[in-house]
Design a protein around this ligand. Sequence first.
Ligand SMILES: [Zn+2]
Length: 140
Amino acid sequence: MSCVFCEIVQGTRKGYRIYETDHSMVILDINPLAKGHCLAISKRHVQWWHDLREDEISDLFNACKMAAEKIKKAYKPDFVMMYARGRRIPHVHIFLIPTCKGDAIDRFFNALEGFQESVTELSEIKLQFDEISRDLLKSD
Ligand SMILES: [Zn+2]
């Protein structure tokens, strides 16, 4: 199976690397949503971030922090937003996007606030999570 991110990690495809560790790499997104938009990827092919090992997760999160410091210095955003993907390209990738109040990212996430759960739904979700927590504690 070919994977664009694995090819970049292996060096068989061009990637604009801005930071790299043993387990992670940060590259410029080739379809940026803002100037300085980066993707932090795991070097190991895994679709979802929660399927990474703990050492890979901490390495990836630290790589995100280093990249965010570079983005902040270069573009002076209000903050660097992050979110994880893996659906369109089935390889862990964390979006790191510089954002400022009123830009496209800010407006997009403000629009999502119209889809928030009600207090009743939150109570039901909380009960469901409490039950899952009890099950997880039993299995330890
Ligand atoms: Zn891959």
